[in-house]
Design a protein around this ligand. Structure first.
Ligand SMILES: Cc1cc2nc3c(=O)[nH]c(=O)nc-3n(C[C@H](O)[C@H](O)[C@H](O)COP(=O)(O)O)c2cc1C
Length: 203
C-alpha cells in the first residue's frame, strides 16, 4: 500500500441476536471500494446458523458469492477469532475503523474491561487506543446495570454504542428494509452514504 491509506475496516460478528444485520452490512459494503477484515466469534457462527440457517461453510460460500458478483468492489479477508497474530491485532496495521455487529454483552464487557481474550475484543482494544471509530451494534433487552455501565465506559473511551433498534418512521414493509435502514445509520457514522437510503426530510 502506498502513502494514502485505503478505507480499511474490521467487521466483527458476535453471538448476539441479529445475524441479518451482519449479512445486510456485508452485502452493502461489498459494493463499496473498501478493504474488509472479517472476524466471527464461535457464538457468532452458532447464532448465524440458528437465525439465518447458515453453516460456516454456507456463510463462507455466501461471502465467496458476493465476491464473485460484478458490482463487488470490496476486498475481504476472513480471520480466525483465535488468531492473535492476524494483522488487525496490532496498532501498526492502519485501520479506518471497526464495526461489531451484532455485539453481544460478553464482547461489550470484554472491551469495557480492557481484557481482550480473542481477536474481536483485541482489535476493538487496538481501535480505541489508536483513536479510530468503533461502532458497537449491541443487542440485548432489558439491559442490566452492568450492561449500561459497560456501555458508558466504552462510550467514554470513544466508541459509539448503536443498539440494534430499528426505526419505523420510514414505514418499512419488510424486515430486510428495517435492517437496511439500520445499516445505513451505522455506515453514516463512518461517512459511508448508502445510495437510496431513506432519510428524514427526503421526499
Ligand atoms: C440464539 C442465541 C441468541 C443470543 N442472543 C444474544 C443477544 O441478543 N445478546 C447477547 O448479549 N447475547 C446473546 N446470546 C448469548 C451469547 O451468544 C453468549 O453470551 C456468547 O458467549 C457471546 O460470545 P461472543 O461475544 O464471543 O460472541 C445468544 C445466544 C444464542 C444461542
Amino acid at each position: 500500500m502506498g502513502g494514502v491509506m485505503n478505507q480499511r475496516f474490521v467487521i466483527g460478528i458476535t453471538g448476539a441476536s441479529g445475524g441479518l444485520y451482519a449479512r445486510t452490512l456485508l452485502q452493502i459494503l461489498f459494493t463499496m471500494p473498501v478493504e474488509l477484515h472479517l472476524v466471527i466469534s464461535e457464538a457468532g457462527w452458532d447464532v448465524l446458523a440458528h437465525e439465518l440457517n447458515l453453516t460456516q461453510q454456507d456463510f463462507e460460500q455466501f461471502i465467496g458469492s458476493l465476491a464473485g458478483v460484478a458490482s463487488t468492489e470490496a476486498h475481504i479477508n476472513i480471520h480466525d477469532n483465535h488468531d492473535l497474530f492476524a494483522p488487525v491485532a496490532s496498532g501498526s496495521f492502519q485501520m479506518s475503523g471497526m464495526i461489531i455487529i451484532p455485539c453481544s454483552m460478553r464482547t461489550l464487557g470484554a472491551i469495557a474491561s480492557g481484557c481482550s481474550h480473542d481477536l474481536i475484543s483485541r482489535a476493538a482494544d487496538v481501535i480505541l487506543k489508536e483513536k479510530r471509530p468503533l461502532m458497537l451494534v449491541t443487542r440485548e433487552t432489558p439491559l442490566s446495570l452492568i450492561h449500561l455501565k459497560n456501555m458508558k465506559t466504552v462510550a467514554e473511551a470513544g466508541a459509539t454504542v448503536m443498539p440494534a433498534s430499528p426505526g419505523f418512521y420510514h414505514h418499512p414493509d419488510s424486515i430486510d428494509v428495517m435492517a437496511e435502514h439500520l445499516i445505513a445509520r451505522v455506515l453514516d457514522q463512518i461517512n459511508i452514504a448508502v445510495p437510496g437510503a431513506a432519510r428524514w426530510g427526503d421526499r
